[in-house]
Design a protein around this ligand. Structure first.
Ligand SMILES: CC(C)(COP(=O)(O)OP(=O)(O)OC[C@H]1O[C@@H](n2cnc3c(N)ncnc32)[C@H](O)[C@@H]1OP(=O)(O)O)[C@@H](O)C(=O)NCCC(=O)NCCS
Length: 185
């Protein structure tokens, strides 16, 4: 009985650790910019966009890991283009690489032209999420298998970004960040 249970457990663990593609975690959230979400210039307030990106990234991390996930770090945000009141904004998030328990999520933000419907990239961001158990302890997540050229580029660079994030957080010694250091040699 106990052996059957352990066997089932190991089959389940193997299944959940099977590699996943970034498209399996793709999360797309489209919403309007309302007056209460704008700054004095009538553009989308930065904090509101951060919250939308955090929500989309959290869903992508959950889809990849099928676990509870928490935001560990916001590694990069570029507010390249202001987003005016009334715009239709689409936030697209997907897991670009996973490590043991952490996942890098790449987020692209698009704004839709009202007349043509054409989408323009407005912003991008990179968040790190960690999968945890009910006690908040980190747990293992499946690996990522990138498919497209862009996904492959993001996958390779993710290790350098993880090292930079850990160095900035004081959780890794710069001397140990070998892939990051190699950029400057
Ligand atoms: C994120 C958290 C679970 C990490 O816990 P921890 O005790 O530091 O655990 P570890 O040191 O084992 O780190 C777990 C993973 O997170 C990664 N990590 C931790 N801090 C990181 C950072 N600043 N940048 C990138 N990765 C980070 C570690 O490298 C490790 O990755 P790996 O398992 O893939 O190798 C913990 O700090 C936490 O619960 N933070 C609060 C999260 C939260 O409430 N978020 C909402 C914001 S209000």
């Amino acid at each position: 009985m106990k052996r059957d249970f352990l066997c089932l457990l190991s089959i389940f663990a193997k299944k959940t650790m099977q590699p996943k593609t970034p498209s399996e975690s793709l999360t797309v959230m489209t919403d309007l910019v309302l007056p209460s979400e704008t700054n004095p210039l009538n553009n989308l307030f930065g904090g509101e966009l951060l919250a939308r990106m955090d929500r989309a990234a959290s869903i992508a991390a959950r889809r990849h890991s099928r676990r509870i996930t928490v935001t560990a770090s916001v590694n990069h945000v570029a507010f390249n283009r202001a987003i005016p009141l009334g715009s239709v904004v689409t936030v697209e998030a997907k897991v670009s690489r996973s490590f043991k328990s952490s996942m890098e999520i790449f987020i692209d933000v698009w704004v839709e032209d009202r007349e043509s419907g054409m989408r323009t990239k407005a912003n991008e961001a990179i968040y790190t999420f960690v999968a945890v158990d009910e006690m908040g302890r980190p747990v293992e997540v499946p690996p990522v298998v990138p498919e497209t050229e862009l996904e492959k580029e993001r996958f390779v660079a993710a290790l350098r970004r993880k090292q930079l994030s850990l160095v900035l957080a004081g959780k890794m010694k710069p001397i140990e960040a070998t892939e990051l250091k190699a950029l400057f040699e």
